[in-house]
Design a protein around this ligand. Structure first.
Ligand code: FCB
Length: 410
């Protein structure tokens, strides 16, 4: 039996675009149609209408924290035109969370942008940061009385990788140069957002907010100890896992380390070359580990090594996403249990962890992969929009209630 601290924040995460439905003014809405994705987000989970019911379920599951995101394109559907009705909607969302004793963890940018912003060049535009800050100020002023935890940008490196290097997501660029431009603007956006939010709280005499990013981290494991592979692992750890944390910490713009962890990546570099060193992955299919329904290795040991690798920052950690998509719910509980064990072991080694948010509270629109991957603690029936907590949710709820986890139990 292991036991987590009494004040450990147990919870789950969602994002606006993946759950709300009808985000008509977002760049993703446009992209889905143009790219002819197999599933378009459409009504998603209709969470925009059903958020009260969803939060009621979250609190029945003994969760104490809920991470969600604000859809910028709702707040500012046209450049410079802010929609009071939508601001009011999120005010309501956050106050319902509070009524349910769920600590809101609010993300300001979770992969999607307003279409007008994308059409102006998105994160490559020199003015992108100014545009973003304008929206941040509006929403911070509206929510500051009720929100303590802010996440500025979700997984900036994953966003850059998919949108500017692989070209899978809008704006579908494949350019290291453009990726760098976007990266620099996102770094700038975070630092300025950090200062702006801190400033607003100070002016209003509110308790200091806690601000970070949601930093995606993978365990990079080399297939062999060849020099190419070792250099690749070094580079990937530095540029995928740590670059944002390093830069933001240096600017004094992080109050904690927001971490998303899902899987490992097997590194096998075919030949010398910058693209190879950064992008080559093992194609031999020789991993014997169990996988999720998207084929990602299930590797709880990686959670442990990633957490220990954060010691140099001397900041507390908050796990903002960790989860599995699977059609076999018993695999979900095994996954959660394995990862909680790794977190516990890392805490025994001195890593300070504030909380754990499972991805996701409910099944939702998994970007280009559509509705097939099922990540939810709660099952969503997309024909009726009925919600049904899974068995794994009940297992997790018991841990959330007591803070205790029996590692020997079946
Ligand atoms: C993360 C994203 C989240 C979801 C999970 C599965 O990279 O932040 O929106 O797609 O992966």
């Amino acid at each position: 039996m292991i036991e987590f601290p009494k004040d450990f924040l147990w919870g789950a995460a969602i994002s606006a675009y993946q759950t709300e439905g009808n985000n008509l003014n977002s760049d993703w809405w446009d992209f889905e149609k143009k790219a002819g994705l197999k599933d378009a987000s459409g009504l998603a989970c209709r969470h925009y209408e059903f958020f009260r019911e969803d939060f009621a379920l979250a609190s029945l599951l003994n969760l104490r924290a809920l991470r969600l995101s604000i859809e910028w394109s709702r707040i500012e559907p046209q450049a410079g035109q802010f929609c009071e009705k939508e601001i009011e909607h999120y005010r309501e969302v956050v106050s319902v969370l509070r009524e349910r004793n769920l600590e809101p963890v609010v993300t300001l940018h979770h992969f999607t942008n307003p279409l007008w912003f994308a059409r102006l060049g998105g994160w490559q535009n020199k003015k992108s940061t100014d545009y973003f800050l304008r929206y941040v100020e509006k929403i911070t002023l509206a929510l500051c009385g009720q929100v303590r935890f802010w996440v500025t940008i979700n997984e900036p490196m994953v966003y850059i990788y998919h949108s500017f290097i692989l070209g899978f997501w809008p704006p579908q660029e494949k350019s290291f140069f453009k990726a760098l431009q976007a990266r620099n603007n996102l770094i700038k956006a975070h630092i300025k957002t950090y200062r702006l939010i801190q400033d607003i709280y100070q002016r209003k005499n509110l308790a200091k907010p806690l601000i970070s990013i949601a930093n995606s981290m993978q365990a990079f494991v080399p297939c062999s100890r060849s020099l190419k592979n070792r250099i690749a692992v070094y580079l990937r750890e530095k540029y995928f896992n740590h670059v944002f944390l390093d830069r933001l910490k240096k600017s004094g713009a992080l109050d904690f380390l927001g971490i998303n962890y899902y899987t490992r990546s097997l590194v096998e570099v075919e030949r010398w070359g910058l693209r190879n060193l950064f992008l080559d992955i093992c194609k031999k299919n020789h991993s014997l580990l169990p996988k999720n329904s998207l084929g990602w290795d299930i590797y709880p040991e990686g959670m442990y090594s990633v957490l220990l690798g954060l010691a140099k920052y001397r900041l507390p950690v908050f796990i903002l996403e960790n989860g599995i998509c699977t059609d076999d719910d018993s695999q979900r509980w095994d996954f959660i249990r394995g990862h909680l064990k790794s977190i516990y072991l890392a805490m025994q080694k001195g890593v300070k962890v504030w909380g754990y948010l499972y991805w996701s509270l409910m099944d939702n629109f998994e970007w280009d992969k559509g509705f097939t991957p099922r990540f939810g603690l709660i099952e969503v029936d997309y024909a009726t929009y009925k919600r049904k907590p899974r068995d794994s949710a009940r297992e997790f709820a018991a841990v959330c209630k007591t803070g205790r986890l029996d590692l020997d139990a079946e």
